[in-house]
Design a protein around this ligand. Structure first.
Ligand SMILES: Nc1ncnc2c1ncn2[C@@H]1O[C@H](COP(=O)(O)OP(=O)(O)O)[C@@H](O)[C@H]1O
Ligand SMILES: [Mg+2]
Length: 278
């Protein structure tokens, strides 16, 4: 997704040198998961997950309901520690330090019901010390683009589920953390809005240096938005397959998802999800 970091993107020696320097400085950036297992009491949920997400990469994760996707994001976010294995975020392995590197968008939107949409979206900026006016100004430009124009002053209970999800998504993005953990961010949207937002997210991710773990139940969404897609087994989750969507990707979403290479990959993902061995 991130052209700046592609091997072939640097054309001049100066550019290459600048990129090498950037890489050296950000050697620990991104997310590293090694040998992670997790159990809740007797319930084995994760059974040996290894993953490296470098800065600027989007890693999609698909898997059956209840297999442990949310648990994995919570572990990365530092909300709990794994029973076994190690996780580091931006080079930090300590749970409290991991939390500082991540903006986590949970499956439930968790908006503050007494706050207006724009103030909910601006929450992280306010926590970081911005004035209300300044925080509002920073987020307001995004409202129109997310199809939320005119709803800035609405309270969450006056918004549809899909709109609340978009406000929550904006809040996550505005947190300005290097790692985004997105748990089914577009799950309650209709197909058209979802396709629009996927296009918007693809643009945002291409512009900005976020490392993203994107959980979704939508294989097409995962393949369209991600640099790599992990297909997980039923609980306890293991990585059943790693898929690399074809490059270069057409910027037009409809064209991208209807290419033969894309269609083949989608079918392969569905076969793996259906339990067929690779
Ligand atoms: N805090 C918890 N305590 C006990 N069991 C949990 C807890 N969180 C999740 N589980 C269980 O772990 C399994 C995986 O849950 P989850 O990670 O939410 O799956 P997914 O997000 O893939 O649908 C489920 O069986 C769920 O009931
Ligand atoms: Mg979940």
């Amino acid at each position: 997704m991130l052209t700046r970091l592609r091997e072939d993107a640097a054309t001049t020696p100066e550019q290459r040198e600048a990129e090498d320097a950037w890489r050296a400085e950000h050697r620990d950036a991104g997310v590293r998961i090694a040998g992670v297992r997790h159990s809740f009491g007797d319930l084995n949920v994760l059974d040996g997950i290894d993953l490296e997400a470098r800065p600027g990469q989007v890693i999609g994760m698909v898997g059956p309901s209840g297999c442990g996707k949310t648990t994995l994001l919570e572990l990365v976010a530092g909300l709990r520690d794994p029973s076994d294995g190690t996780i580091s975020v931006e080079g930090e392995a300590d749970a409290e330090r991991r939390l500082l590197g991540c903006a986590y968008m949970p499956q439930r939107d968790l908006l503050l019901p007494w706050q207006r949409a724009i103030d909910n979206a601006a929450l992280a900026l306010r926590v970081a010390g911005a004035s209300r006016q300044d925080a509002r100004r920073q987020v307001s430009g995004h409202f129109e683009r997310l199809g939320l124009g005119g709803f800035e002053e609405s309270r969450p209970d006056e918004l549809s589920g899909g709109m609340r999800q978009r406000v929550a998504f904006l809040r996550t993005l505005m947190a300005g953390r290097p790692v985004l953990l997105l748990d089914e961010p577009f799950a309650s949207l209709d197909a058209i809005t979802r396709a629009e937002l996927q296009g918007w997210l693809a643009e945002v991710l291409a512009e900005d240096l976020h490392t993203v773990l994107l959980v979704t139940h939508d294989v097409e969404e995962a393949l369209y938005l991600s640099d790599r897609v992990l297909v997980l087994t039923p609980r306890p989750a293991r990585i059943a397959a790693e898929l690399e969507p074809p490059e270069p990707r057409a910027s037009d979403r409809a064209a991208a998802v209807s290419s033969p290479a894309f269609t083949e990959l989608r079918q392969r993902a569905l076969r793996v999800l259906g339990g067929e061995a690779e």
